[in-house]
Ligand binder design. Structure first.
Ligand code: CDP
Ligand code: CDP
Length: 230
């Protein structure tokens, strides 16, 4: 059987990373790891504890003792925080608007990166986020930087909200742009394309088309890896 590789998928909000990463992982029988869910879980817990991103030391301690478990399930990944299912809570507007501030904290980032590297140790992982190709898994055999225009990304997110979105498309576009700005401008492990990442623009393409292309690249790379490196 071919060697297993690690695949890193980074990009801005709404580019389709998690949808595409899930499809790629299921086709290759790899494990999908949503690193954004980890930052979201930490943010939810910090907000519950009444902390702000200014409380860097306390938030770091919270991150260090928080048990985050990602479980694959039939209806998508479930997220447990200290054993409690928080899958839907971490997608709240409150978390959306705060997560990029908590994600700037050095102690939080080093803790999350350490956990993520452990999860990727055995290979056969598709990991999506902002800093996977640049910082978490710089040796990943395949790196993708997935983008789409800001309007398309906001429209995709808006569609997901259904009948009662609770925000306008314009508000959503502004929130996404602000989060991208914070993620790109932060000091530690900002959102950026690794020099060796393949740039994929998903405007006007389905998630399945994008995933098929990535699967093909992955299979090609896995075939070229010699058995000695396994
Ligand atoms: O799914 P969406 O694109 O809305 O965001 P996400 O992937 O769930 O990530 C939420 C936030 O977590 C991002 O906006 C970043 O601030 C942070 N994040 C990060 O800093 N590093 C990662 N590897 C993943 C997420
Ligand atoms: O993880 P990220 O924030 O990058 O995006 P996502 O959570 O996967 O959301 C992207 C949304 O756009 C989902 O509703 C997808 O069904 C849809 N979509 C996509 O992911 N890729 C395309 N090429 C087209 C649509």
């Amino acid at each position: 059987s071919p060697s297993r590789i690690n695949i890193a998928i980074d990009g801005p909000a709404g580019a389709g990373k998690s949808t595409v990463a899930r499809l790629v992982a299921s086709t290759l029988h790899y494990i999908y790891i949503d690193t954004g869910a980890m930052y979201r879980t930490l943010t939810m817990k910090a907000l519950e504890a009444g902390l702000t991103a200014e409380d860097a030391e306390q938030v770091t301690r919270l991150a260090e003792r928080l048990d985050i478990t990602l479980l694959p399930g039939p209806e998508g990944q479930r997220v447990l925080a200290d054993g409690e299912d928080v899958t839907s809570h971490i997608r709240s507007l409150d978390v959306n608007r705060n997560v990029s501030h908590f994600a700037k904290i050095e102690g939080v980032r080093s803790r999350m990166a350490a956990l993520q590297r452990l999860m990727a140790q055995q290979k056969g992982v598709v990991m999506d986020g902002r800093d996977i190709g640049t910082h978490v898994l710089p040796d990943a055999e395949l790196k993708i930087f997935l983008t789409a225009s800001p309007r398309v990304r906001a429209e995709r997110r808006f569609q997901e909200l259904g009948e009662n979105p609770g925000v306008t498309l314009e508000e959503l576009e502004r929130d996404i742009a602000e989060r991208d700005r914070l993620d790109e401008e932060r000091e530690i492990a900002p959102l950026s394309r690794a020099p060796d990442a393949r740039l994929v623009d998903s405007d006007g393409r389905t998630a399945q088309e994008v995933a098929d292309e990535i699967v093909q690249w992955g299979q090609q790379i896995a075939r070229t890896i010699s058995p000695e490196e396994k």
